[in-house]
Design a protein around this ligand. Structure first.
Ligand code: SR1
Ligand code: MG
Length: 423
């Protein structure tokens, strides 16, 4: 396939013919395209994803479609998201080596990325639904977030380079628009594509949509998301964007990447751990999940602790950007001043991440894009009961985020709500 042919979506039937002479792919999986086995495995909301296996290995071929796969061609979406995904992956690999799949090839016109086939990895969300306790995720994700968020910001980058990059990613308008609407606004009114478990949640949904404090907070957070271009975000860091084995963790799918607030990735991620916590009650057919619930709260604690520790380490050792310059602090013998500023920055990230987390919980239960943690609970009354607890939790942490000072406080609240009879 050359970059000159107009875009055409691949299929299981055409992939080997169209990519059979692609040098990067042949080098990875073998030249005999007639022997390639191709499977389409995309279960995400937007793209085509193929696993291609040949005589000497496998690779992933990911292609964007000119529309939102989840909805169909009534919702067009530009192919350029593949360009942003490619550029985000290269930056993430440079800033947090080993944390993302290796890239073998990128074709901008075909909106196609050929990358490492992660095997035997599975999607983290699936592992958590199955009740698997993965020992390294908190460390790996905490490090990934600290390194990418710190090193993609004015705390670290050369200002001129960061501004050029900011301009590049500023064009990821349509994907930001999805988040701006689906995450921050649609859940709080009767938007066309919304759905929720009904009639069980109808009363609570009406209450949340009439909740002035919550709506004001959601709009404050939207304002922050849209205007606070602090660092290059992954932009969609939920448990469906992470692949795991017992030992390894890799972040995938950064097509929503753009320059936004430091706290957004962390908020979205922790929200997905808390949602997993509240959904465990729906997955107890084969035995109680108390140990899994305790594990998930520990993961939250450890992720935040690792993030803080690594961010602080980078602050002390790599603060070479234009913000909080060493010339103002350490170089004047004022190490305490630098530590005070670090505390302040971390505190802001903490407060904002609680807000983003609360809103992310709501949109996964009230909006268009639900998550499998709840969706795979077949008994609707049971699902609604799990969802109701998560909704209450989300509301509390979003609205009261400035008064919440520790991760233990949030986890205690989650544990308390979990024990209540929800609806
Ligand atoms: C229409 S896209 C819906 C959701 O899928 C992606 O993974 C993002 O989370 C987006 O909000
Ligand atoms: Mg995705």
């Amino acid at each position: 396939m050359t970059g000159k042919l107009p875009f055409e979506a691949l299929s299981v039937e055409t992939l080997a013919t169209r990519l059979g002479t692609n040098e990067a792919l042949c080098a990875k999986i073998g030249k005999d395209a007639s022997a390639w086995k191709v499977r389409e495995v995309g279960d995400g909301n937007l793209n085509l994803v193929f696993i291609v296996e040949g005589a000497s290995g496998g690779a992933i071929v990911k292609q964007a479609l000119p529309y939102v796969r989840l909805v169909g061609d009534s919702w067009p979406l530009p192919l350029k998201r593949s360009f942003f995904e490619y550029h985000a992956l290269t930056r993430q690999e440079a800033r947090a080596p080993g944390s993302v799949p290796a890239i073998y090839y990128f074709d901008e016109v075909q909106a196609l990325i050929i990358m490492e086939y992660l095997s035997p990895h599975i999607i983290l969300r699936r592992a958590l639904i199955e009740g698997r306790q993965l020992p390294n995720i908190a460390r790996d994700i905490g490090l990934f977030m600290a390194r990418t968020l710190f090193r993609g910001s004015d705390l670290s980058m050369v200002a001129k380079e960061r501004k050029a990059d900011l301009a590049l990613f500023a064009d990821n308008v349509e994907l930001c628009d999805i988040t701006e609407n689906l995450v921050f606004s649609d859940p709080y009114f009767d938007a066309k594509m919304n759905r929720h478990t009904s009639p069980q949640l109808d009363g609570l949904v009406a209450e949340l949509r009439a909740d002035r404090d919550l709506k004001v907070e959601a709009q404050r957070l939207k304002h922050l998301f849209a205007t606070n271009a602090e660092t290059l975000l992954h932009g969609d860091l939920h448990s469906g964007s992470i692949m795991v084995t017992d030992q390894e963790t890799r972040m995938i799918d950064p097509e929503f990447a753009f320059y936004g607030p430091m706290a957004f990735d962390a908020g979205m991620l922790l929200a997905n751990f808390w949602m997993s916590f509240f959904s465990q009650g729906g997955h107890e057919q084969k035995g109680k999940r108390d140990a899994m619930r305790a594990y998930l709260l520990d993961v939250v604690v450890e992720t935040w602790a690792v993030f803080r520790a690594e961010f602080s380490h980078l602050w002390r050792t790599e603060r070479t950007g234009m913000l909080y310059q060493k010339s103002l602090f350490e170089d004047q013998g004022d190490r305490l001043g630098a530590e005070q500023a670090l505390d302040d920055v971390l505190h802001q990230i903490w407060t904002d991440l609680l807000g983003f987390a609360g809103i992310e919980v709501h949109r996964r239960i009230l909006g268009l894009a639900h998550n499998a943690d709840f969706e795979t609970i077949a008994d609707e009354d049971l699902r609604a009961s799990c969802e109701a607890k998560a909704l209450k939790f989300g509301r509390h942490i979003a609205v009261n985020r400035r008064q919440i000072h520790s991760i233990d406080e949030v986890n205690n609240l989650a544990a308390l709500i979990e024990q209540e009879n929800s609806i």
